[in-house]
Design a protein around this ligand. Structure first.
Ligand SMILES: [Zn+2]
Length: 370
C-alpha cells in the first residue's frame, strides 16, 4: 500500500517540526533493522516515523488540523528498494542458516549496501553458492507469507529470530528458504526482489560480514561498474575480459622501467660527481629526482668528494632537500634554511631532509655563505 486516507488524531508542535498521530497509517516506523518510511501526509512532509507503545508518530515539517481528513503517500521508490533489500536478506540468511548452520547476528540496511553479519566463516566458493541459490529463490517467484501464530504453534515452529520478542510474534515465511520473526515490510513474491548480488565479504568478529545489493540497487551498481570497465578498456585499448592480465603486465613494465631509471640516474649521478673539482668540500646539486635519487646522489658525493653535500629537487617556490655531512652537524643548517625559506624538516646530525619555498638563486647564495 503506497497511498491511504486517514483522520488526524493529534498534532503536537516540537522544538523542530511536528508530531502527528493518525487513526490509521501505512507508514512503516523504523524497526527490525529497516529504516522509517518518508513521504507526504496531504501537504506536509513526513521526515521520520517512530513507534512507541503501539502508537505510530509521524514527524513532519508542518502541522495538520485535528480531525482533518488526510491522504498519505509513501516515497514508494525508496520503500520498494528497502523491501527488495530486506526480503533478499531473509533469503540469504535462510540459505546460510540451513546449509552452514550459521546465524545472522547483525543486519544493517544502509543507503548504499545491506550488510549481514554471520557467526561463521564462508569461503568465496561457498559465497557464490549461496548467491546462486538465492537467485534461484527469486526465479522460483514464491509467495512471501506473513502469519501471527499463537503461543502453542510458536512452540513447535522452527524459526530464526534475532531478539527476544514480547507480545505477538509476526512470522515471515519464504517457503523452502526461510522462516523468521520480523516486523518489517517485505515484497509479496520473491520475483519482485530482482537480482540478489553479494558484492563483498570480509572477516568480522570471528565470522564474516557480507555486503549485498538487490534489485534496482544491484542494477545501478552494475551500471557503475560497467562504466568503469568500459572506460578502462578504452583507455588501455584492451578487451574487457583481458583487463586484469593487461594491468598486471603494465604494473610489471612500470616496475622494470623504474629499475632502469634508477640505474640510469645512478650513472648520471656518478658522472656528475666525477666532474666535481678536486678539493671541493661543499657541494650543491639541483636535480629533478625522487627521494631515493636525492639520497643516492648525496651519498655518492660524500663518498667521492665533499665533506658536505646538499641536493635540491623541485622548482622555484617548492624545493625538497637532502643535506648530509661526514663531519658537520647539519641540523643547524636545516634549521636556518627552514627559517629563511619557510621550510619544514629535520633529521639526524649527519643527514637532514625537508622542503622549503625559496628560489634556486636564493638557495645558492645562502649555500655559498655557509
Ligand atoms: Zn524481515
Amino acid at each position: 500500500m503506497s497511498t491511504f486516507t486517514a483522520k488526524v488524531e493529534s498534532c503536537m508542535p516540537l522544538k523542530e517540526g511536528y508530531q502527528i498521530v493518525l487513526d490509521r497509517t501505512a507508514f512503516f516506523p523504523e524497526g527490525g533493522g529497516q529504516g522509517a518510511d518518508t513521504g507526504m501526509i496531504s501537504s506536509v512532509r513526513v521526515l521520520d516515523v517512530q513507534e512507541k507503545d503501539g502508537i505510530i508518530f509521524h514527524f513532519t515539517d508542518a502541522p495538520l488540523k485535528m480531525g482533518q481528513e488526510v491522504e498519505g503517500s509513501i516515497d514508494w521508490e525508496k520503500r520498494f528498494s528497502k523491501m527488495q533489500q530486506h526480503t533478499g536478506e531473509h533469503i540469504v540468511s535462510g540459505i546460510v542458516h540451513s546449509r552452514f548452520g550459521y546465524n545472522n547476528v547483525g543486519f544493517h540496511l544502509g543507503e548504499e549496501n545491506v550488510t549481514l553479519d554471520f557467526n561463521g566463516v564462508l569461503t568465496t566458493e561457498e559465497l557464490r553458492e549461496v548467491e546462486y541459490a538465492a537467485n534461484e529463490a527469486v526465479a522460483a517467484n514464491v509467495d512471501v507469507l506473513v502469519s501471527y501464530p499463537d503461543d502453542k504453534e510458536l512452540e513447535t515452529l522452527k524459526y530464526r529470530s534475532k531478539i527476544e520478542i514480547e507480545g505477538q510474534t509476526r512470522i515471515v515465511t519464504i517457503p523452502g528458504y526461510d522462516v523468521c520473526a520480523c516486523c518489517a515490510p517485505h515484497v509479496r513474491r520473491t520475483g519482485e526482489i530482482g537480482i540478489i548480488k553479494l558484492v563483498q565479504m570480509q572477516k568480522y568478529k570471528g565470522g564474516v560480514r557480507i555486503a549485498m545489493k538487490c534489485g534496482f540497487r544491484a542494477l545501478e551498481d552494475y551500471n557503475k561498474k560497467e562504466t568503469t570497465v568500459k572506460a578502462l578498456s578504452a583507455l588501455l585499448s584492451a578487451k574487457e575480459e583481458e583487463l586484469t592480465d593487461f594491468v598486471e603486465r603494465l604494473k610489471e613494465e612500470i616496475f622494470e622501467l623504474k629499475g632502469k631509471i634508477l640505474g640510469l640516474n645512478q650513472k648520471i649521478f656518478q658522472s656528475k660527481v666525477e666532474k666535481l673539482e678536486d678539493g671541493c668540500d661543499k657541494v650543491i646539486f639541483f636535480e629533478d629526482t625522487d627521494a631515493v635519487g636525492m639520497r643516492n646522489l648525496m651519498n655518492l658525493a660524500l663518498e667521492k668528494k665533499g665533506k658536505m653535500c646538499a641536493v635540491f629537487s623541485g622548482k622555484d617556490g617548492e624545493y625538497k632537500y637532502v643535506i648530509g655531512s661526514k663531519e658537520k652537524d647539519v641540523r643547524q643548517i636545516a634549521n636556518n634554511l627552514n627559517e629563511m625559506f619557510q621550510g619544514r624538516g629535520g633529521g639526524k646530525p649527519d643527514m637532514v631532509q625537508g622542503s622549503l619555498k625559496g628560489t634556486k638563486e636564493q638557495i645558492e647564495k645562502m649555500w655559498d655563505k655557509l
